[in-house]
Design a protein. Structure first.
Length: 268
Protein backbone atom coordinates (compact mmCIF):
# COMPACT_ATOMS: atom_id res chain seq x y z
CA UNK A 1 0.00 0.00 0.00
CA UNK A 2 1.39 3.41 -1.03
CA UNK A 3 1.13 5.80 1.92
CA UNK A 4 0.51 9.31 0.59
CA UNK A 5 1.18 12.50 2.52
CA UNK A 6 -0.24 15.83 1.41
CA UNK A 7 1.69 19.07 1.76
CA UNK A 8 -1.17 21.54 1.37
CA UNK A 9 -4.93 21.18 1.80
CA UNK A 10 -6.27 23.95 -0.41
CA UNK A 11 -8.20 23.71 -3.68
CA UNK A 12 -5.93 20.97 -5.03
CA UNK A 13 -5.07 19.09 -1.85
CA UNK A 14 -8.71 18.89 -0.74
CA UNK A 15 -9.72 17.09 -3.93
CA UNK A 16 -6.75 14.72 -3.77
CA UNK A 17 -7.52 13.90 -0.12
CA UNK A 18 -11.17 13.16 -0.96
CA UNK A 19 -10.14 10.84 -3.79
CA UNK A 20 -7.74 8.93 -1.57
CA UNK A 21 -10.24 8.64 1.31
CA UNK A 22 -12.98 7.50 -1.08
CA UNK A 23 -10.78 4.64 -2.25
CA UNK A 24 -10.49 6.03 -5.78
CA UNK A 25 -6.74 5.29 -5.90
CA UNK A 26 -6.36 1.54 -5.59
CA UNK A 27 -3.20 0.62 -3.76
CA UNK A 28 -2.84 4.03 -2.07
CA UNK A 29 -4.09 5.60 1.15
CA UNK A 30 -4.02 9.03 2.74
CA UNK A 31 -1.42 8.90 5.52
CA UNK A 32 -1.37 12.51 6.67
CA UNK A 33 -1.85 16.17 5.74
CA UNK A 34 0.40 19.06 6.74
CA UNK A 35 -1.23 22.46 6.32
CA UNK A 36 -1.32 24.78 9.36
CA UNK A 37 -3.81 27.13 7.65
CA UNK A 38 -6.29 24.57 6.29
CA UNK A 39 -6.07 21.46 8.50
CA UNK A 40 -7.64 18.18 7.46
CA UNK A 41 -10.42 17.19 9.90
CA UNK A 42 -8.93 13.74 10.59
CA UNK A 43 -5.45 13.35 9.09
CA UNK A 44 -3.68 16.59 10.05
CA UNK A 45 -0.14 16.52 11.43
CA UNK A 46 1.64 19.46 13.02
CA UNK A 47 5.02 19.31 11.29
CA UNK A 48 6.79 18.21 8.13
CA UNK A 49 8.71 15.69 10.25
CA UNK A 50 5.49 14.08 11.40
CA UNK A 51 4.25 13.91 7.82
CA UNK A 52 7.46 12.27 6.58
CA UNK A 53 7.45 9.73 9.41
CA UNK A 54 4.27 8.13 8.12
CA UNK A 55 4.34 8.23 4.33
CA UNK A 56 6.12 6.85 1.28
CA UNK A 57 5.34 9.76 -1.04
CA UNK A 58 4.53 13.43 -0.47
CA UNK A 59 2.31 15.39 -2.85
CA UNK A 60 3.36 19.05 -2.79
CA UNK A 61 0.16 21.04 -3.35
CA UNK A 62 0.97 24.13 -1.29
CA UNK A 63 2.70 26.54 -3.68
CA UNK A 64 6.19 27.77 -4.47
CA UNK A 65 7.17 28.79 -0.94
CA UNK A 66 6.28 25.40 0.50
CA UNK A 67 8.25 23.57 -2.17
CA UNK A 68 11.26 25.80 -1.45
CA UNK A 69 10.91 25.24 2.30
CA UNK A 70 10.33 21.49 2.38
CA UNK A 71 11.12 19.89 -0.98
CA UNK A 72 14.76 19.03 -0.29
CA UNK A 73 13.91 17.69 3.17
CA UNK A 74 11.36 15.34 1.63
CA UNK A 75 13.92 13.83 -0.75
CA UNK A 76 16.62 13.61 1.90
CA UNK A 77 14.21 11.63 4.09
CA UNK A 78 14.11 8.97 1.31
CA UNK A 79 10.47 9.89 0.68
CA UNK A 80 9.34 10.32 -2.93
CA UNK A 81 8.08 13.77 -3.94
CA UNK A 82 5.38 14.63 -6.49
CA UNK A 83 5.60 18.34 -7.40
CA UNK A 84 2.43 20.21 -8.36
CA UNK A 85 3.90 23.75 -8.24
CA UNK A 86 6.10 23.05 -11.26
CA UNK A 87 6.61 26.75 -11.97
CA UNK A 88 8.78 26.96 -8.85
CA UNK A 89 11.39 24.88 -10.68
CA UNK A 90 12.20 27.91 -12.84
CA UNK A 91 14.38 28.84 -9.87
CA UNK A 92 17.68 27.29 -10.99
CA UNK A 93 18.99 26.87 -7.45
CA UNK A 94 15.83 25.13 -6.25
CA UNK A 95 15.80 22.79 -9.25
CA UNK A 96 19.46 21.94 -8.71
CA UNK A 97 18.97 21.40 -4.97
CA UNK A 98 16.02 19.10 -5.62
CA UNK A 99 17.81 17.12 -8.31
CA UNK A 100 21.12 16.87 -6.48
CA UNK A 101 21.61 16.63 -2.72
CA UNK A 102 23.81 19.09 -0.82
CA UNK A 103 27.48 18.07 -0.70
CA UNK A 104 27.18 16.65 2.80
CA UNK A 105 24.43 14.26 1.65
CA UNK A 106 25.77 13.11 -1.71
CA UNK A 107 26.12 9.49 -0.61
CA UNK A 108 22.63 9.39 0.85
CA UNK A 109 19.82 7.62 -0.99
CA UNK A 110 17.13 10.09 -2.04
CA UNK A 111 13.43 9.79 -2.62
CA UNK A 112 12.40 9.98 -6.26
CA UNK A 113 11.39 13.31 -7.77
CA UNK A 114 8.25 13.42 -9.92
CA UNK A 115 6.26 16.26 -11.46
CA UNK A 116 2.52 16.37 -12.06
CA UNK A 117 1.61 17.19 -15.66
CA UNK A 118 -1.23 19.38 -14.43
CA UNK A 119 -3.52 20.98 -17.01
CA UNK A 120 -1.89 19.67 -20.22
CA UNK A 121 -0.98 16.42 -21.96
CA UNK A 122 1.10 15.42 -24.96
CA UNK A 123 4.34 15.45 -22.99
CA UNK A 124 5.29 11.90 -23.94
CA UNK A 125 5.43 13.02 -27.59
CA UNK A 126 7.56 16.05 -26.77
CA UNK A 127 9.98 14.02 -24.66
CA UNK A 128 10.26 11.46 -27.44
CA UNK A 129 10.96 14.26 -29.93
CA UNK A 130 13.75 15.47 -27.64
CA UNK A 131 15.35 12.03 -27.81
CA UNK A 132 15.05 11.75 -31.59
CA UNK A 133 16.73 15.06 -32.42
CA UNK A 134 16.91 18.78 -31.80
CA UNK A 135 13.85 20.76 -30.75
CA UNK A 136 14.15 24.13 -32.42
CA UNK A 137 11.43 26.10 -30.68
CA UNK A 138 8.61 25.81 -28.16
CA UNK A 139 5.94 28.51 -28.02
CA UNK A 140 3.05 28.55 -25.62
CA UNK A 141 0.06 30.90 -25.41
CA UNK A 142 -2.14 30.73 -22.30
CA UNK A 143 -5.40 32.69 -22.37
CA UNK A 144 -7.21 33.13 -19.07
CA UNK A 145 -10.14 35.13 -17.68
CA UNK A 146 -8.71 38.65 -17.43
CA UNK A 147 -9.35 39.20 -13.72
CA UNK A 148 -7.44 36.01 -12.85
CA UNK A 149 -4.19 37.56 -14.13
CA UNK A 150 -4.25 40.73 -12.02
CA UNK A 151 -1.10 40.99 -9.89
CA UNK A 152 -0.03 43.58 -7.27
CA UNK A 153 3.14 44.54 -9.19
CA UNK A 154 1.18 45.70 -12.27
CA UNK A 155 0.68 49.39 -12.94
CA UNK A 156 -2.74 50.90 -12.24
CA UNK A 157 -3.65 51.16 -15.92
CA UNK A 158 -3.04 47.46 -16.65
CA UNK A 159 -4.90 46.37 -13.52
CA UNK A 160 -7.86 48.53 -14.58
CA UNK A 161 -7.84 47.11 -18.11
CA UNK A 162 -7.85 43.56 -16.76
CA UNK A 163 -10.58 44.34 -14.23
CA UNK A 164 -12.89 46.41 -16.44
CA UNK A 165 -11.70 46.17 -20.05
CA UNK A 166 -13.72 44.69 -22.91
CA UNK A 167 -10.90 43.33 -25.10
CA UNK A 168 -8.25 40.67 -24.67
CA UNK A 169 -4.82 42.02 -23.68
CA UNK A 170 -1.36 40.46 -23.64
CA UNK A 171 0.04 40.80 -20.12
CA UNK A 172 3.32 38.99 -20.73
CA UNK A 173 5.42 37.67 -23.58
CA UNK A 174 8.90 36.30 -23.02
CA UNK A 175 10.92 33.37 -21.64
CA UNK A 176 9.12 30.78 -19.51
CA UNK A 177 11.53 31.44 -16.64
CA UNK A 178 10.34 35.04 -16.35
CA UNK A 179 6.69 34.03 -16.72
CA UNK A 180 7.04 31.65 -13.78
CA UNK A 181 8.56 34.39 -11.62
CA UNK A 182 5.87 36.95 -12.45
CA UNK A 183 2.86 34.63 -12.46
CA UNK A 184 3.67 31.82 -10.00
CA UNK A 185 0.03 30.69 -9.75
CA UNK A 186 -0.48 30.65 -13.52
CA UNK A 187 2.74 29.41 -15.12
CA UNK A 188 2.92 25.75 -14.08
CA UNK A 189 1.90 24.64 -17.55
CA UNK A 190 4.66 26.49 -19.40
CA UNK A 191 7.13 25.25 -16.77
CA UNK A 192 6.09 21.66 -17.43
CA UNK A 193 6.47 22.12 -21.19
CA UNK A 194 9.88 23.73 -20.66
CA UNK A 195 11.13 20.86 -18.49
CA UNK A 196 9.95 18.34 -21.08
CA UNK A 197 11.69 20.10 -23.96
CA UNK A 198 14.28 22.90 -24.30
CA UNK A 199 14.30 24.52 -20.89
CA UNK A 200 13.01 27.67 -19.23
CA UNK A 201 15.13 30.19 -21.13
CA UNK A 202 14.34 28.99 -24.67
CA UNK A 203 10.65 28.15 -24.17
CA UNK A 204 8.59 31.23 -25.06
CA UNK A 205 5.44 31.99 -23.08
CA UNK A 206 2.62 34.46 -23.75
CA UNK A 207 -0.14 35.15 -21.22
CA UNK A 208 -3.35 36.77 -22.40
CA UNK A 209 -6.16 38.13 -20.25
CA UNK A 210 -9.58 37.90 -21.93
CA UNK A 211 -12.60 39.41 -20.13
CA UNK A 212 -14.96 37.27 -22.25
CA UNK A 213 -13.32 33.96 -21.40
CA UNK A 214 -14.65 31.62 -18.72
CA UNK A 215 -12.15 28.80 -19.36
CA UNK A 216 -8.35 28.54 -19.51
CA UNK A 217 -6.90 27.84 -22.96
CA UNK A 218 -3.32 26.61 -23.54
CA UNK A 219 -1.88 26.40 -27.04
CA UNK A 220 1.53 24.80 -27.55
CA UNK A 221 3.48 24.86 -30.82
CA UNK A 222 6.72 22.94 -31.25
CA UNK A 223 9.17 22.87 -34.14
CA UNK A 224 11.54 19.91 -33.99
CA UNK A 225 13.82 17.81 -36.13
CA UNK A 226 11.30 14.99 -35.80
CA UNK A 227 8.34 17.09 -36.93
CA UNK A 228 5.94 19.88 -36.11
CA UNK A 229 3.54 19.55 -33.20
CA UNK A 230 0.56 21.51 -31.94
CA UNK A 231 -1.56 20.94 -28.83
CA UNK A 232 -4.58 22.84 -27.55
CA UNK A 233 -6.15 22.35 -24.12
CA UNK A 234 -9.15 24.24 -22.78
CA UNK A 235 -9.94 23.73 -19.10
CA UNK A 236 -12.59 24.98 -16.74
CA UNK A 237 -11.25 26.91 -13.77
CA UNK A 238 -11.45 25.56 -10.24
CA UNK A 239 -14.52 26.88 -8.36
CA UNK A 240 -12.38 27.14 -5.20
CA UNK A 241 -9.38 28.84 -6.84
CA UNK A 242 -10.00 30.49 -10.23
CA UNK A 243 -6.24 30.86 -10.80
CA UNK A 244 -5.92 27.10 -11.34
CA UNK A 245 -7.72 24.66 -13.64
CA UNK A 246 -10.30 22.28 -12.21
CA UNK A 247 -8.53 19.30 -13.80
CA UNK A 248 -5.25 19.81 -11.88
CA UNK A 249 -6.09 17.77 -8.73
CA UNK A 250 -7.35 14.94 -10.92
CA UNK A 251 -4.05 14.97 -12.78
CA UNK A 252 -2.48 14.35 -9.37
CA UNK A 253 -4.92 11.51 -8.72
CA UNK A 254 -4.03 9.96 -12.09
CA UNK A 255 -0.33 10.20 -11.21
CA UNK A 256 -0.95 8.55 -7.83
CA UNK A 257 -2.83 5.72 -9.53
CA UNK A 258 0.11 5.23 -11.89
CA UNK A 259 2.62 5.24 -9.02
CA UNK A 260 0.53 2.82 -6.98
CA UNK A 261 0.55 0.48 -9.98
CA UNK A 262 4.28 1.05 -10.67
CA UNK A 263 3.40 2.76 -13.97
CA UNK A 264 5.21 5.70 -15.57
CA UNK A 265 5.05 9.25 -14.19
CA UNK A 266 7.17 12.18 -15.38
CA UNK A 267 10.42 11.77 -13.47
CA UNK A 268 13.09 14.48 -13.12
Amino acid sequence: MLRVGLLGHGAIGTQVAKALEAGNVLGAELAGVFDPWAPHPRKSVDSIEALLAGCDLVVEAAGHEALCAYGVAVRLSRTDLLVVSVGALADEKLLDDLRHPPASHQSQRLGKLYISTGAIGGLDTLRAASLLGEIESVEMVSTKPAKNLIRPWMDDNLRQVLAQGQEAVIVFSGPARQACALFPESANVCATAALATIGFDRTQATLVGDPNRQTVRHEIKVEAESGRYGFTFENRTSPKNPKTSAIVPFSVVRALRALAESDEVMLL
